[in-house]
Ligand binder design. Structure first.
Ligand SMILES: *Cc1c(COP(=O)(O)O)cnc(C)c1O
Length: 394
C-alpha cells in the first residue's frame, strides 16, 4: 500500500512540466467582465448581486429549499456540524475512501469518525454495512457520491429515518448528477458542493451549503454571518443586526460568485464536453481493459453521472505505479486518489488499522485517474489513449 505519508500529489497537478496535465481549470467567456462588474458595483463583499444569481441558479435547478454560497465545501461541511450541534463523543459515519474534509468538519467539533468500507462497483459507502454500525451516539451519515455516481440513497435515507439520524451528502463531485431521476444534493437534510479549481465548476476556492429542510435555514444564515442576523437586517426584517449564536465567516466575496456565475452559464457546454471526453476514454479503452483485467467505471442504470472524472482500476499496485511512471515518461500526468482515511495518522488515532476496510485498501492501491478537463483536445486525448494501449510493463 502507498504510505499515507507519501508526498501530496496536488503540488504536481499544476507543475506544468507535463505535455498533458491532469487538470486545467476551465475559463469561460464572461469571468473578466463579471469580475469588472462586481468591482464597479461597489459591492465586493459577500451576498451581492452575483451571489444571489448563483444561489438562484441552484435553487431553480436542484429544486432545493435554500442554497448558501460558502468559502469552500469544507466550510459548508463545518456549517452542517454546527447546525446539527455535533458534540464531543458523537459518532459520524463516513466512507474511508474520501477527502479528509468529509469527516474533519465533524472531528473539529469533537466527533468520532466511524469509517465504513465502500462498494467494489461504485466505490461509494457500502450501504449494507451502515445499519450494523449505528449506536446511540450516531448523529450523522455522510455519503460521498464518488465521481458523481450516486450512493444508494434510498437505503441510506431509510436507515437514517428509522434511527433519526441526519444525512449530509458530500456532493463535491456530483453537481448535476442524478439518482433515480432526481438531482444529487436534494436527498440529504443537507448537501455540500465544492467549486475548487479541480471540480466541474470552479471559482478557485468556493463551495455551497444546500439546505433541504427549511427549519435550518435561519440558523444557517446566522452561523454563516459570524453568528449575527445580518442576513435578516439586509432584507429589512430587523432594524439592526446583533450577536445571536455561535458562528464564523463562511461567505465568499461577490467577486468569486461573479466567476462562478460565468461558469454556470456555460453548464451545458461544460457538461457536454466532459461527457464526450469520458465516453471517448470508455469506448477506446474497453477492449484493452478487458484483455488486461483492468476495470473501467461502473455507472448503475438508475444513476446519471455529471462526468467528474475518469478512473480505472488496475489489477494491482505494481501495475498501477508502473502505468503512472510510464505515462509520466510520455509527458502525461495520471494520478491516484484517496488514501484510506482509517490508515492515515489521524485515522490511526481513532483506532483505524489495516483490514478494517479491505475494499477501500485495495481500491486505493489500484485506482488511476486519467487527464480530464474541458480543454483536453481530441488530439491530446488520442495521444493518452494510444500511449495506454502501448503500455507493456505490467
Ligand atoms: C474537493 C472535495 C472536498 C473539499 O472541497 P473544498 O471546496 O476544497 O473544501 C470535500 N469532499 C470531497 C469529496 C471533495 O472531492
Amino acid at each position: 500500500m502507498i504510505s499515507s505519508k507519501s508526498p501530496n500529489i496536488d503540488s504536481i497537478h499544476r507543475a506544468g512540466q507535463y505535455r498533458i496535465p491532469f487538470n486545467r481549470p476551465y475559463l469561460s467567456k464572461h469571468e473578466t467582465q463579471y469580475i469588472a462588474e462586481a468591482l464597479s458595483s461597489g459591492h465586493i463583499s459577500g451576498d451581492g448581486t452575483f451571489t444571489k444569481k448563483v444561489s438562484q441558479f441552484f435553487e431553480n435547478t436542484l429544486a432545493n429549499k435554500k442554497t448558501l454560497l460558502t468559502t469552500s465545501c469544507t466550510h459548508a461541511l463545518e456549517m452542517t456540524a454546527l447546525l446539527l450541534d455535533i458534540q464531543p463523543g458523537d459518532e459520524v459515519l463516513v466512507p474511508s475512501f474520501t477527502f479528509v474534509s468529509t469527516i474533519n468538519a465533524f472531528v473539529l467539533r469533537g466527533a468520532r469518525p466511524i469509517f465504513i468500507d465502500i462498494r467494489p462497483d461504485t466505490l461509494n459507502i457500502d450501504e449494507k454495512l451502515i445499519a450494523g454500525l449505528i449506536t446511540k451516539k450516531t448523529k450523522a451519515i455522510v455519503p460521498v457520491h464518488y465521481a458523481g455516481v450516486a450512493a444508494e440513497m434510498d437505503v441510506i435515507l431509510d436507515i437514517a429515518r428509522e434511527h433519526d439520524i441526519a444525512v449530509i451528502e458530500d456532493n463535491a463531485h456530483g453537481l448535476l448528477g442524478k439518482y433515480k431521476g432526481r438531482y444529487l444534493g436534494s436527498f440529504g437534510n443537507f448537501a455540500t458542493q465544492s467549486f475548487h479549481e479541480t471540480k466541474n465548476f470552479s471559482c478557485g476556492e468556493g463551495g455551497a451549503l444546500i439546505i433541504n429542510n427549511n427549519t435550518y435555514t435561519e440558523r444557517a444564515e446566522i452561523i454563516r454571518e459570524k453568528g449575527t442576523n445580518r442576513s435578516r437586517f439586509y432584507r429589512g426584517q430587523v432594524d439592526k443586526y446583533t450577536w445571536q449564536d455561535i458562528g464564523s465567516s463562511y461567505l465568499p466575496s461577490d467577486i468569486l460568485a461573479a466567476i462562478l456565475l460565468s461558469q454556470l452559464e456555460e453548464a451545458e457546454y461544460i457538461q457536454a464536453t466532459r461527457a464526450k471526453i469520458w465516453h471517448y476514454y470508455h469506448e477506446h479503452l474497453a477492449d484493452w481493459a478487458n484483455k488486461n483485467k483492468v476495470i473501467l467505471p461502473t455507472v448503475p442504470d438508475d444513476c446519471e453521472q455529471p462526468y467528474h472524472m475518469f478512473y480505472m482500476l488496475l489489477p494491482d499496485l505494481t501495475a498501477r505505479q508502473n502505468l503512472i511512471e510510464y505515462l509520466k515518461s510520455k509527458g502525461i500526468l495520471a494520478v491516484y486518489h484517496y488514501l484510506p482515511l482509517h490508515l492515515s495518522d489521524m485515522g490511526e488515532k481513532f483506532g483505524g488499522k489495516i483490514g478494517d476496510c479491505p475494499i477501500t485498501e485495495s481500491i486505493s492501491d489500484r485506482l488511476l485517474r486519467l487527464p480530464f478537463f474541458v480543454d483536453l483536445s481530441d488530439e491530446d486525448q488520442k495521444y493518452v489513449v494510444d500511449s495506454i494501449l502501448d503500455f507493456k510493463k505490467w
